[in-house]
Design a binder for this molecule. Structure first.
Ligand code: ATP
Ligand code: MG
Length: 390
């Protein structure tokens, strides 16, 4: 029996004239996610994209798993292809959905008839097929409101498709349809989640990581790369910039009042990230900050960090509790990596009593105590290491 995958795109439907180009990006992204599994034919039709393997031996379970990570897909399903003939539709349904129909207690049939020449109207298809299903699986009952399985028949141009329940897709918008942004990535729990959330809205990611060897280790950097790989499984390639930060951090330690260490550091991170982001045609920065989580994320501290840049800063975790962030990190499989105990540059030289109500003037005054900061920034940016994460 020939099987294909039907992909329902989500919000794309709302995009009017842009829909076509959004769908093209979605197809390009699907191709990339399926590249290791074989070659496929993609056919657009209404708000559905049909995905057909060129080779019949392709394992469709693997294809479904890969497509579940593609943003812009609201739902997907495997479907059996059959002739546009009621007898074949009935036979195919009974065979193809046998396991599901045997285990379910309730079902309903839905019919979508885009070929209006098909001799049965939608309610007639439902009645006919529903009756045959009840005869063949006599433990089943019809429940039109809350069925365990919905059998859907679609009558299209050339063929009819039969399918069972939909599988939930990754949602969001196709990566690359909402511009580009640079995520400031640490080894923690929050920033990979922030990266995932913005990629889900269609943003293409690059990332910036600040490393302060020997205070931070090679292992800490590898952990960040592992985290980015997990995010890239959804977002596609993430070009990553590893910025040497030791000299600047030591200067902060040597010249700034201790209670401003973290804030000055975060402002410098923002400024340097903006420079990298602009050189890479990004339109925004992304961080994993959440109001009140730590001293450097009070509303006052965030105000001081925010005005270090002129780019928009997206903070998708801003209103989330830690347990909400953790549940997303578990879903995207970054949690176990994030909790590995390696030092981040944020955790070296931490003040004993960080300012929780800083003013912008005082933070800038603290920052201005560093001599030759601009030269240090230039030097560090020249030594940036670029890594392509796939
Ligand atoms: P996370 O779990 O993301 O590390 P956090 O709660 O530990 O967040 P901080 O360490 O204060 O918070 O960092 C706040 C944000 O600053 C992070 O979410 C991240 O976007 C950015 N950041 C922190 N450390 C680094 C780093 N070494 N390189 C790049 N960005 C960083
Ligand atoms: Mg952190």
């Amino acid at each position: 029996m020939k099987e294909i995958i039907l992909v329902k795109n989500g919000e794309l439907v709302l995009k009017g004239l842009n829909r076509n180009s959004f769908e093209d990006v979605l197809i390009k992204n699907m191709k990339r996610h399926l590249a290791d599994l074989g070659t496929f034919k993609f056919t657009k039709s209404q708000s559905t994209i049909m995905v057909e393997p060129d080779d019949e031996d392709v394992d469709l379970d693997d294809v479904v798993d890969a497509l579940k990570k593609v943003f812009g897909i609201a739902a997907l399903s495997r479907a059996a292809v059959c002739e546009k003939d009621m007898a074949d539709i009935i036979k195919t349904t009974k065979e193809y959905l046998e396991d599901e129909l045997l285990t379910a207690k309730t079902f309903k049939v839905e019919a979508k008839r885009s070929d209006k020449k098909f001799p049965y109207k939608s309610p007639e298809i439902c009645r006919e097929l529903g009756g045959e299903i009840l005869k063949a699986f006599n433990h089943l009952k019809v429940d039109v409101h809350n069925p365990e399985i919905t059998v859907t028949v679609e009558i299209r141009d050339k063929y009819a498709f039969v399918r069972g329940n939909n599988i939930k897709g990754a949602g969001g918008m196709p990566t690359g349809t909402s511009g580009r942004a640079a995520v400031l990535i640490s080894g923690g729990i929050d920033s990979p989640v922030a990266a995932y959330m913005m990629a889900k809205r269609g943003i293409e990611l690059i990332s910036v990581h600040f490393a302060s060897p020997p205070y931070t280790s090679e292992l800490a950097e590898m952990k960040v790369m592992d985290l980015l790989k997990k995010v890239a499984a959804y977002s596609g390639t993430i070009t990553t910039f590893v910025v040497p930060f030791t000299e600047i951090q030591e200067a902060i330690r040597d010249y700034c009042p201790e209670d401003y260490f973290t804030l000055v550091m975060r402002r410098i991170m923002m400024k340097m990230s903006q420079k990298i982001a602009e050189s890479q045609n990004c339109q925004a920065l992304i961080t994993g900050e959440s109001v009140g989580q730590v001293a450097s994320q009070t509303i006052f501290a965030l105000g001081c960090t925010d005005c270090a840049t002129t780019m928009p800063v997206f903070r998708p975790c801003i209103g989330m509790d830690k347990d909400e962030i953790i549940s997303i990190s578990r879903k995207i499989d970054t949690f176990e990596t994030s909790i590995q105990p390696y030092e981040d540059c944020c955790t070296v030289f931490t003040p004993k009593h960080p300012k929780t109500r800083p003013t912008v003037e005082d933070v800038i005054a603290a920052e201005n105590k560093i001599e030759n900061l601009d030269e240090m920034i230039e030097r560090s940016l020249k030594d940036v290491k670029r890594v392509f994460i796939k």
